[in-house]
Design a protein around this ligand. Structure first.
Ligand SMILES: CC(C)(COP(=O)(O)OP(=O)(O)OC[C@H]1O[C@@H](n2cnc3c(N)ncnc32)[C@H](O)[C@@H]1OP(=O)(O)O)[C@@H](O)C(=O)NCCC(=O)NCCS
Length: 305
Protein backbone atom coordinates (compact mmCIF):
# COMPACT_ATOMS: atom_id res chain seq x y z
CA UNK A 1 0.00 0.00 0.00
CA UNK A 2 1.13 3.49 -0.76
CA UNK A 3 0.91 5.79 2.27
CA UNK A 4 2.21 9.30 2.71
CA UNK A 5 2.69 11.00 6.05
CA UNK A 6 2.37 14.76 6.38
CA UNK A 7 1.64 17.45 8.93
CA UNK A 8 -1.89 18.85 9.05
CA UNK A 9 -2.36 22.21 7.28
CA UNK A 10 -5.22 24.57 8.13
CA UNK A 11 -6.45 24.39 4.50
CA UNK A 12 -7.32 20.74 5.22
CA UNK A 13 -9.76 21.56 8.04
CA UNK A 14 -12.98 20.67 6.21
CA UNK A 15 -11.59 17.48 4.72
CA UNK A 16 -10.19 16.41 8.10
CA UNK A 17 -13.53 17.13 9.74
CA UNK A 18 -15.40 14.95 7.25
CA UNK A 19 -12.80 12.25 7.73
CA UNK A 20 -13.10 12.21 11.53
CA UNK A 21 -16.88 12.10 11.32
CA UNK A 22 -16.55 9.00 9.11
CA UNK A 23 -14.24 7.39 11.69
CA UNK A 24 -16.14 8.18 14.86
CA UNK A 25 -19.25 6.14 15.53
CA UNK A 26 -20.32 7.96 18.70
CA UNK A 27 -19.24 11.57 18.05
CA UNK A 28 -19.61 14.22 15.45
CA UNK A 29 -17.57 17.37 15.21
CA UNK A 30 -17.99 20.60 13.22
CA UNK A 31 -15.16 22.45 11.46
CA UNK A 32 -15.43 25.24 14.08
CA UNK A 33 -15.05 22.79 16.96
CA UNK A 34 -12.23 20.96 15.24
CA UNK A 35 -10.40 24.23 14.72
CA UNK A 36 -10.90 24.99 18.43
CA UNK A 37 -9.17 21.65 19.26
CA UNK A 38 -6.34 22.29 16.78
CA UNK A 39 -5.22 25.91 16.41
CA UNK A 40 -7.43 26.96 19.32
CA UNK A 41 -5.32 24.97 21.77
CA UNK A 42 -3.07 27.36 23.71
CA UNK A 43 -0.22 24.82 23.31
CA UNK A 44 -0.95 23.96 19.64
CA UNK A 45 2.09 22.38 17.98
CA UNK A 46 1.83 21.85 14.25
CA UNK A 47 4.62 19.23 14.31
CA UNK A 48 2.39 16.99 16.48
CA UNK A 49 -0.63 16.86 14.11
CA UNK A 50 0.10 13.85 11.91
CA UNK A 51 -1.89 12.83 8.89
CA UNK A 52 -1.72 9.75 6.67
CA UNK A 53 -3.00 9.76 3.09
CA UNK A 54 -3.55 7.00 0.60
CA UNK A 55 -4.03 8.01 -3.04
CA UNK A 56 -4.52 11.56 -1.83
CA UNK A 57 -7.33 10.65 0.61
CA UNK A 58 -6.95 11.11 4.35
CA UNK A 59 -6.93 7.67 5.98
CA UNK A 60 -5.43 8.46 9.38
CA UNK A 61 -4.99 11.33 11.81
CA UNK A 62 -3.44 11.73 15.24
CA UNK A 63 -3.01 15.01 17.10
CA UNK A 64 -0.64 15.33 20.01
CA UNK A 65 -0.31 18.12 22.52
CA UNK A 66 1.90 18.71 25.57
CA UNK A 67 1.04 20.20 28.96
CA UNK A 68 3.13 20.75 32.09
CA UNK A 69 0.94 19.91 35.07
CA UNK A 70 2.11 20.04 38.69
CA UNK A 71 5.69 19.21 37.80
CA UNK A 72 4.87 16.46 35.30
CA UNK A 73 5.23 16.88 31.56
CA UNK A 74 2.33 15.10 29.89
CA UNK A 75 1.98 14.28 26.22
CA UNK A 76 -1.57 13.64 25.03
CA UNK A 77 -3.15 11.94 22.09
CA UNK A 78 -5.83 14.57 21.67
CA UNK A 79 -7.67 13.35 18.57
CA UNK A 80 -7.40 10.06 16.72
CA UNK A 81 -9.06 8.27 13.83
CA UNK A 82 -8.21 5.67 11.21
CA UNK A 83 -10.40 5.09 8.15
CA UNK A 84 -12.56 1.99 8.81
CA UNK A 85 -11.31 0.29 5.66
CA UNK A 86 -7.67 0.76 6.68
CA UNK A 87 -7.81 -0.60 10.22
CA UNK A 88 -5.66 -3.42 11.65
CA UNK A 89 -2.85 -2.49 9.27
CA UNK A 90 -0.66 -0.88 11.91
CA UNK A 91 -1.40 2.72 10.88
CA UNK A 92 -2.45 4.01 14.31
CA UNK A 93 0.54 2.24 15.83
CA UNK A 94 2.85 3.84 13.29
CA UNK A 95 1.40 7.30 14.00
CA UNK A 96 1.68 6.75 17.73
CA UNK A 97 5.31 5.65 17.49
CA UNK A 98 6.10 8.78 15.49
CA UNK A 99 4.32 10.92 18.07
CA UNK A 100 6.01 9.17 20.97
CA UNK A 101 9.44 9.86 19.44
CA UNK A 102 8.52 13.54 19.32
CA UNK A 103 7.27 13.39 22.91
CA UNK A 104 10.53 11.76 24.04
CA UNK A 105 12.47 14.44 22.21
CA UNK A 106 10.44 17.05 24.10
CA UNK A 107 11.07 15.40 27.50
CA UNK A 108 7.52 14.14 28.08
CA UNK A 109 7.18 11.96 31.21
CA UNK A 110 3.87 10.23 30.51
CA UNK A 111 1.31 9.98 27.71
CA UNK A 112 -2.46 10.09 28.19
CA UNK A 113 -5.33 9.67 25.76
CA UNK A 114 -7.92 12.39 25.11
CA UNK A 115 -8.20 13.76 28.69
CA UNK A 116 -6.32 16.99 27.95
CA UNK A 117 -7.08 19.63 30.58
CA UNK A 118 -8.39 23.02 29.47
CA UNK A 119 -9.04 22.32 25.80
CA UNK A 120 -10.24 18.83 24.96
CA UNK A 121 -12.80 16.97 22.93
CA UNK A 122 -13.79 14.16 25.33
CA UNK A 123 -12.19 13.39 28.72
CA UNK A 124 -10.97 9.86 27.89
CA UNK A 125 -11.87 6.92 25.65
CA UNK A 126 -15.57 6.09 25.51
CA UNK A 127 -15.31 2.30 26.04
CA UNK A 128 -17.81 1.71 23.27
CA UNK A 129 -14.85 2.48 21.00
CA UNK A 130 -13.65 -1.00 21.92
CA UNK A 131 -10.93 -1.21 19.22
CA UNK A 132 -9.40 1.94 20.74
CA UNK A 133 -9.23 0.29 24.19
CA UNK A 134 -7.61 -2.82 22.73
CA UNK A 135 -5.20 -0.72 20.75
CA UNK A 136 -4.19 1.39 23.74
CA UNK A 137 -3.60 -1.65 25.96
CA UNK A 138 -1.59 -3.32 23.20
CA UNK A 139 0.65 -0.25 23.10
CA UNK A 140 1.35 -0.47 26.81
CA UNK A 141 -1.18 2.05 28.16
CA UNK A 142 -2.67 1.28 31.57
CA UNK A 143 -6.18 2.26 32.60
CA UNK A 144 -5.92 4.44 35.70
CA UNK A 145 -9.41 5.83 36.18
CA UNK A 146 -12.84 6.63 34.83
CA UNK A 147 -14.84 9.78 34.47
CA UNK A 148 -18.22 10.72 33.07
CA UNK A 149 -20.14 13.38 31.23
CA UNK A 150 -23.55 14.15 32.68
CA UNK A 151 -26.52 15.41 30.73
CA UNK A 152 -29.08 17.97 31.94
CA UNK A 153 -32.48 18.49 30.37
CA UNK A 154 -32.72 22.27 30.18
CA UNK A 155 -36.52 22.48 30.01
CA UNK A 156 -36.78 22.86 33.83
CA UNK A 157 -37.21 26.18 35.63
CA UNK A 158 -33.79 27.47 36.77
CA UNK A 159 -35.00 30.55 38.62
CA UNK A 160 -32.83 31.39 41.64
CA UNK A 161 -34.28 34.72 42.78
CA UNK A 162 -35.43 33.52 46.24
CA UNK A 163 -32.08 31.88 47.07
CA UNK A 164 -30.19 34.96 45.86
CA UNK A 165 -32.36 37.26 48.00
CA UNK A 166 -31.52 35.17 51.08
CA UNK A 167 -27.77 35.28 50.36
CA UNK A 168 -27.96 39.06 49.83
CA UNK A 169 -28.86 39.44 53.53
CA UNK A 170 -25.39 37.97 54.29
CA UNK A 171 -23.76 40.45 51.91
CA UNK A 172 -23.28 37.89 49.12
CA UNK A 173 -24.04 39.36 45.72
CA UNK A 174 -24.62 37.08 42.75
CA UNK A 175 -24.61 38.45 39.21
CA UNK A 176 -23.63 37.78 35.61
CA UNK A 177 -20.01 38.76 34.93
CA UNK A 178 -19.15 41.86 32.90
CA UNK A 179 -16.20 41.88 30.47
CA UNK A 180 -14.24 44.01 32.96
CA UNK A 181 -14.51 41.22 35.60
CA UNK A 182 -12.19 38.96 33.58
CA UNK A 183 -8.93 39.75 35.35
CA UNK A 184 -10.56 39.37 38.77
CA UNK A 185 -11.84 35.90 37.86
CA UNK A 186 -8.40 34.94 36.51
CA UNK A 187 -6.82 36.18 39.75
CA UNK A 188 -9.40 34.28 41.81
CA UNK A 189 -8.51 30.92 40.20
CA UNK A 190 -4.73 31.38 40.55
CA UNK A 191 -4.30 29.54 43.84
CA UNK A 192 -6.53 26.51 43.44
CA UNK A 193 -7.54 26.22 39.80
CA UNK A 194 -4.86 27.75 37.62
CA UNK A 195 -5.46 25.13 34.90
CA UNK A 196 -8.90 26.60 34.22
CA UNK A 197 -7.54 29.89 32.87
CA UNK A 198 -8.11 29.00 29.24
CA UNK A 199 -11.75 28.05 29.79
CA UNK A 200 -12.31 31.29 31.70
CA UNK A 201 -10.74 33.24 28.82
CA UNK A 202 -12.96 31.38 26.34
CA UNK A 203 -16.11 32.11 28.37
CA UNK A 204 -15.20 35.82 28.40
CA UNK A 205 -15.03 35.84 24.60
CA UNK A 206 -18.84 35.72 24.59
CA UNK A 207 -20.95 38.86 24.83
CA UNK A 208 -22.22 38.90 27.52
CA UNK A 209 -19.58 36.62 29.07
CA UNK A 210 -20.73 33.02 29.69
CA UNK A 211 -19.87 33.51 33.34
CA UNK A 212 -21.60 34.18 36.66
CA UNK A 213 -19.92 35.32 39.85
CA UNK A 214 -20.54 35.68 43.59
CA UNK A 215 -18.98 38.62 45.43
CA UNK A 216 -18.57 39.84 48.99
CA UNK A 217 -17.47 43.47 49.36
CA UNK A 218 -16.85 43.53 45.61
CA UNK A 219 -14.38 40.63 45.86
CA UNK A 220 -15.03 37.48 43.83
CA UNK A 221 -15.64 34.43 46.00
CA UNK A 222 -17.14 32.00 43.49
CA UNK A 223 -17.75 31.64 39.78
CA UNK A 224 -19.32 29.35 37.22
CA UNK A 225 -18.80 29.31 33.47
CA UNK A 226 -20.13 27.65 30.36
CA UNK A 227 -19.13 27.69 26.70
CA UNK A 228 -15.46 27.62 27.75
CA UNK A 229 -14.67 24.43 25.80
CA UNK A 230 -16.42 22.75 22.84
CA UNK A 231 -18.20 26.03 22.21
CA UNK A 232 -21.84 25.90 21.19
CA UNK A 233 -22.43 22.36 22.50
CA UNK A 234 -23.88 23.29 25.91
CA UNK A 235 -20.62 22.55 27.73
CA UNK A 236 -20.81 23.58 31.38
CA UNK A 237 -17.88 24.55 33.60
CA UNK A 238 -15.58 25.17 35.17
CA UNK A 239 -16.97 26.36 38.48
CA UNK A 240 -15.48 26.94 41.91
CA UNK A 241 -16.42 28.39 45.29
CA UNK A 242 -13.86 29.70 47.81
CA UNK A 243 -13.31 27.10 50.54
CA UNK A 244 -14.65 29.36 53.31
CA UNK A 245 -17.98 29.83 51.53
CA UNK A 246 -18.80 26.27 50.56
CA UNK A 247 -22.06 24.78 51.80
CA UNK A 248 -24.09 27.98 51.52
CA UNK A 249 -25.80 27.12 48.23
CA UNK A 250 -23.72 29.53 46.14
CA UNK A 251 -22.51 26.84 43.73
CA UNK A 252 -26.05 25.62 43.09
CA UNK A 253 -27.20 29.13 42.20
CA UNK A 254 -24.24 29.73 39.90
CA UNK A 255 -24.82 26.39 38.21
CA UNK A 256 -28.49 27.17 37.59
CA UNK A 257 -27.65 30.59 36.19
CA UNK A 258 -25.42 28.97 33.58
CA UNK A 259 -28.07 26.35 32.75
CA UNK A 260 -30.59 29.14 32.33
CA UNK A 261 -28.25 30.94 29.90
CA UNK A 262 -27.89 27.78 27.84
CA UNK A 263 -31.64 27.26 27.82
CA UNK A 264 -32.10 30.78 26.45
CA UNK A 265 -29.38 30.15 23.86
CA UNK A 266 -31.90 27.63 22.46
CA UNK A 267 -30.20 24.44 23.67
CA UNK A 268 -32.29 21.49 24.89
CA UNK A 269 -29.52 19.80 26.88
CA UNK A 270 -26.37 20.81 28.69
CA UNK A 271 -23.32 18.63 29.19
CA UNK A 272 -21.57 18.62 32.56
CA UNK A 273 -18.27 17.11 31.55
CA UNK A 274 -15.44 15.27 33.30
CA UNK A 275 -17.33 14.90 36.59
CA UNK A 276 -16.48 15.08 39.51
CA UNK A 277 -19.22 15.40 42.14
CA UNK A 278 -22.06 13.51 40.44
CA UNK A 279 -24.34 13.87 43.49
CA UNK A 280 -24.11 17.67 43.48
CA UNK A 281 -25.26 17.89 39.87
CA UNK A 282 -27.82 15.11 40.22
CA UNK A 283 -29.41 16.84 43.19
CA UNK A 284 -29.43 20.41 41.90
CA UNK A 285 -30.01 19.88 38.19
CA UNK A 286 -31.38 16.35 37.91
CA UNK A 287 -28.25 15.55 35.89
CA UNK A 288 -27.86 12.00 34.63
CA UNK A 289 -24.76 10.07 33.66
CA UNK A 290 -24.74 10.15 29.88
CA UNK A 291 -21.30 8.98 28.77
CA UNK A 292 -18.52 7.16 30.57
CA UNK A 293 -14.83 7.49 29.71
CA UNK A 294 -11.82 5.36 30.60
CA UNK A 295 -8.55 7.13 31.20
CA UNK A 296 -5.24 5.64 30.09
CA UNK A 297 -1.63 6.46 30.76
CA UNK A 298 1.72 5.20 29.53
CA UNK A 299 4.80 6.25 31.47
CA UNK A 300 7.82 7.02 29.33
CA UNK A 301 10.25 6.85 32.29
CA UNK A 302 12.42 9.47 30.73
CA UNK A 303 13.98 10.58 33.93
CA UNK A 304 15.35 7.15 34.81
CA UNK A 305 18.82 6.21 33.67
C1 LIG B 1 -8.57 2.58 17.52
C2 LIG B 1 -8.03 2.78 16.10
C3 LIG B 1 -7.40 4.15 16.01
C4 LIG B 1 -6.97 1.68 15.84
O1 LIG B 1 -6.37 1.95 14.56
P1 LIG B 1 -5.66 0.83 13.69
O2 LIG B 1 -4.81 1.50 12.68
O3 LIG B 1 -6.67 -0.14 13.23
O4 LIG B 1 -4.73 0.13 14.79
P2 LIG B 1 -3.46 -0.81 14.53
O5 LIG B 1 -3.58 -1.50 13.20
O6 LIG B 1 -2.22 -0.01 14.75
O7 LIG B 1 -3.65 -1.87 15.70
C5 LIG B 1 -2.56 -2.33 16.48
C6 LIG B 1 -3.07 -3.33 17.51
O8 LIG B 1 -4.11 -2.78 18.31
C7 LIG B 1 -5.07 -3.82 18.63
N1 LIG B 1 -6.35 -3.57 17.95
C8 LIG B 1 -6.64 -2.60 17.06
N2 LIG B 1 -7.93 -2.71 16.67
C9 LIG B 1 -8.45 -3.76 17.33
C10 LIG B 1 -9.72 -4.38 17.34
N3 LIG B 1 -10.73 -3.94 16.54
N4 LIG B 1 -9.93 -5.44 18.15
C11 LIG B 1 -8.91 -5.91 18.91
N5 LIG B 1 -7.67 -5.37 18.92
C12 LIG B 1 -7.45 -4.31 18.15
C13 LIG B 1 -4.49 -5.10 18.06
O9 LIG B 1 -3.64 -5.66 19.06
C14 LIG B 1 -3.66 -4.57 16.91
O10 LIG B 1 -2.61 -5.44 16.53
P3 LIG B 1 -2.91 -6.70 15.53
O11 LIG B 1 -3.74 -6.17 14.38
O12 LIG B 1 -1.54 -7.13 15.13
O13 LIG B 1 -3.64 -7.72 16.33
C15 LIG B 1 -9.15 2.63 15.05
O14 LIG B 1 -9.89 1.46 15.33
C16 LIG B 1 -10.12 3.78 15.00
O15 LIG B 1 -9.88 4.77 14.29
N6 LIG B 1 -11.25 3.67 15.72
C17 LIG B 1 -12.28 4.70 15.71
C18 LIG B 1 -11.80 6.00 16.28
C19 LIG B 1 -11.47 5.91 17.72
O16 LIG B 1 -11.81 4.97 18.41
N7 LIG B 1 -10.81 6.94 18.20
C20 LIG B 1 -10.50 7.05 19.58
C21 LIG B 1 -11.71 7.48 20.30
S1 LIG B 1 -11.34 7.77 21.95
Amino acid sequence: MDYSISLYQSTELKELCEFLNRCWEFDSITPQLLDEKLHGDPAWQEDLALMVRNENRIIGFMQGVIRDIRGIRYGYIKLLGIDPTFRRKGIATYLYNELEKKFVHQSVDAVRIYDVPLNYWMPGIDPRYTPALCWAMRLGFKRFGDTSNLKVNLSANWDTLDEETKLATDGIVIRGAFPEDKQDVLDFIQDEWVLWGNEVEMAFKDDPPSMHIALIDNTIKAFSAHNGNNKGTGWFGPMGTHQELRGKGIGAILLKRCLNDMKFMGLSYAVIPWVGPIDFYAWHANAQVDRVFWRFEKKLHLNES
